[in-house]
Design a protein around this ligand. Structure first.
Ligand code: SF4
Length: 692
């Protein structure tokens, strides 16, 4: 008999959907459906996860531990047993430690699963052994700093409430059609009631297609556009004096004076959006009874992304939209949970004197950059879970070169033979989310969810938790967390937070924390020390690289500007069928995405003498990739879009898009500037074949 079992999507996506998975009588996975038990996810799920059985039962799923037998990157491996594999891993880590010190070992991870136990347990091994620490900068570092600079903490109004009550949605720098499709339900509900939808995005996304108005700024200029809108709000009487007097750090007059110098014409010269269009949007936003701002991460993946987020996030404070039902904003619910991860991460044994290395700079780090390595030794051992830096990290060509070093020992614990796993010395097979217990929180809603193991692990796969605990004994790492089960670690976190126990939350299907926070409206003030929104942020509190941060909301001119040699700005945007590099192994998704493609404005196509489907090379001083060109109206003439982190084999020249991306950190706290890239585009005459 087929059982319908409850679980939660583990992937790196704001929605963290409540799911129901079919387990057939023969133990195989059947259909995966969205569950109604969380009102935000509301029974919807994306196309990627609706086909999860294809991924779960994929013929290429890693089944056994593997030992490299050929040269690095040759792809030649032989099967070994778990005991031998773990002994070899321990020997490799201990050898690096004994020869060069513990900091020569770098455990490296990110968000391949968002479960707290399976994602973050690697930190416990790191801290117990004093291995080099990791500054996680792939995703939210820039956007977090910008939001927190004004609001202090991250939470806000639910899209469910906005779907029911907002009369205007301003969706800024996010494309939920590709990245968190559930939100489209709430937008559709609002539209049905007659709400206006405005999308700000650098290209005509699927979300922009359903908008009443789409503004398409040049990449990296959103701060200027936001200031142009704020100018109109003050100049035409839409700024709420009373609200600002209660909740802003600066007087109305000071703010009005600041924005008076940032007219729509001033903004147009920077962002390329016509001044009249900026006025039109500002008036609609100002006249709305309950405007709802949904800000994403996309527009912040620039060196000035924190300043841009701060400028955009001040809009609902200016109009006082926070005070109205359905009005306000949401960036992330990330700070609402406050869960104590001491046991999972070994925070009680963390030594702040141990050096910390920037995850986005793994290329320069493996190349021995002295500035990145500080006074410590080069990296001689990498232990990797939950990420695929060979294609996900910036300056990918440099990253690959680093992985090929003969004096580097690399272990990758993975579900598939990714581009990173191909470069490893030892590859370990990892469980998928239905094969272990875990706890999840979301950024688009405020529910804690607990999941149970539903399927026996495939072949010889082991969970991240199990591998970390087994390895700890072999390398002499001591911490109580290594002797605890996944469930015990979850119970500890929930108890410390005063939340219901794991079984109760599992049976309830989730526990929503938003009701105890005024529904996210900040009715009694913002979570800053003085309870006010900070138009004049203390940038030094957000990061050490704060020199040059704008004192008030503004455009910060630090992006990789186009030049005569590099006349285009590239945005490597998310594809609908992939999630970073996950799901690229699924044939159905690859068929729908077709091939790596450069989207260009029709006038740029004309200028370059290109027709749809023509091969082009996109490049800069960091490298070049071969792709096919396609005309896409609705973006600035100098913008190029390449969707999806295709694996190297997806490109005709075996390269990957992040080869073009700089590893230079953003301001003030670092962060990968993945969309801040100047490139050239050249016509090529060869017929492109996909690499093996
Ligand atoms: S929309 Fe996001 S959370 Fe929901 S199933 Fe898809 S990847 Fe998972």
């Amino acid at each position: 008999m087929t059982a319908l079992l409850r679980t939660t999507c583990p992937h790196d996506c704001p929605s963290v959907c409540a799911l129901e998975v079919e387990r057939r009588a023969d133990g195989t996975m059947g259909k995966v459906r969205g569950s109604n038990r969380i009102d935000y996810t509301a029974g919807t799920l994306c196309v990627k996860v609706s086909r999860y059985a294809e991924r779960y039962h994929h013929k290429d799923r890693l089944a056994y531990p593997l030992l490299r037998t050929g040269s690095k990157g040759s792809g030649q491996f032989t099967r070994i047993g778990w005991d031998e594999a773990l002994d070899r891993v321990a020997d490799g880590l201990l050898a690096a430690e004994h020869r060069h010190g513990a900091e020569a070992v770098w455990p490296y991870f990110y968000a391949g699963t968002m479960g707290y136990v399976q994602r973050d347990g690697i930190e416990r091994l790191r801290h117990a052994k004093k291995y080099s620490r990791q500054k996680s900068t792939f995703c939210v570092t820039l956007s977090d700093a910008g939001w927190r600079a004004g609001y202090g903490k991250r939470w806000g109004v639910s899209p469910v409430e906005a779907g029911e009550h907002a009369d205007l949605w301003l969706i800024w720098g996010t494309n939920p059609v590709n990245t968190h499709v559930n939100m489209m339900n709430h937008i559709a509900k609002a539209k049905k009631r007659g709400a206006k939808v405005i999308v700000v995005d650098v290209y005509k996304t699927g979300t922009a297609d359903i908008a009443d108005i789409h503004l398409s700024p040049r990449p990296g200029t959103d701060g200027a556009l936001a200031c142009g809108i704020a100018h109109v709000l003050f100049a035409e009487g839409y700024a709420d004096r009373d609200y600002l007097a209660r909740f802003a750090d600066l007087p109305y007059e000071r703010l009005a004076e600041h924005f008076a110098a940032r007219s729509p014409e001033w903004a147009e010269a920077i962002c390329g959006v016509p001044a009249e269009r900026i006025r039109e949007v500002a008036r609609l936003y100002g006249q709305a009874q309950a405007s709802y701002l949904r800000v994403g991460y996309g527009f912040t993946r620039q060196k000035n992304g924190s300043a841009a987020m701060h400028a955009v996030s001040c809009l609902p404070v200016i109009t006082g939209a926070w005070a109205r039902k359905g009005g306000g904003a949401l960036y992330s619910m990330g700070d609402i949970y406050g869960l104590d991860k001491t046991l999972i991460e070994g925070l009680d044994v963390r030594d702040p004197a141990v050096r910390i290395l920037d995850q986005s700079r793994i290329g320069p780090i493996l190349a021995g950059d002295r500035h990145d390595l500080g006074d410590g030794p080069p990296i001689h051992a990498l232990f990797i879970q939950n990420t695929n830096p060979a294609v996900v990290a910036p300056e990918s060509a440099l990253v690959r070169q680093g992985f090929l070093r003969d004096d580097l020992f690399t272990v990758v614990h993975e579900q598939f033979m990714t581009d990173t796993a191909k470069l490893a010395d030892i590859v370990l097979p990892a469980t998928m989310f239905v094969e272990h217990d875990d706890l999840y929180t979301a950024s688009a809603h405020a529910n804690v969810q607990v999941t149970r193991k539903l399927f026996e692990p495939f072949a010889e796969c082991r969970s991240n938790h199990q591998v970390i605990c087994d390895l700890a004994g072999r390398v002499g790492a001591e911490h109580p967390g290594f002797a605890m089960t996944e469930w015990e670690l979850i119970e500890d976190m929930l108890a410390k937070a005063g939340l219901p126990d794991a079984r109760t939350i599992f049976e309830q299907g989730g526990h929503d924390l938003l009701p105890q926070r005024d529904g996210g409206h900040f009715l009694d003030g913002f979570p800053t020390p003085d309870g006010r929104f900070h138009f004049a942020p203390d940038w030094a509190a957000q990061g050490s690289n704060h020199t040059g941060m704008p004192p008030l909301p503004d455009h910060q001119p630090v992006i990789e500007e186009p030049t005569a040699e590099h006349p285009f700005r590239l945005v490597a945007a998310p594809a609908r069928q992939f999630l970073n590099s996950s799901f690229t192994e699924m044939a159905s998704g690859r068929a729908r995405e077709v091939r790596p493609t450069a989207l260009l404005h029709p006038d740029a196509m004309l200028r370059l003498g290109l027709n749809d489907g023509d091969p082009v090379q996109v490049g800069n001083r960091r490298g070049a990739v071969l792709v096919h060109a396609k005309a896409r109206p609705g973006q600035h003439e100098g913008t190029v879009i390449i969707e999806g982190i295709w694996p190297r084999g997806g490109f005709a020249d075996g390269e990957c898009v992040n080869t073009l991306i700089s590893a230079e950190p953003g301001f003030p706290n670092g962060g990968g500037a993945f969309h801040d890239t100047a490139v050239w585009v050249r016509r090529v005459t060869v017929e492109l074949q996909t690499a093996a």
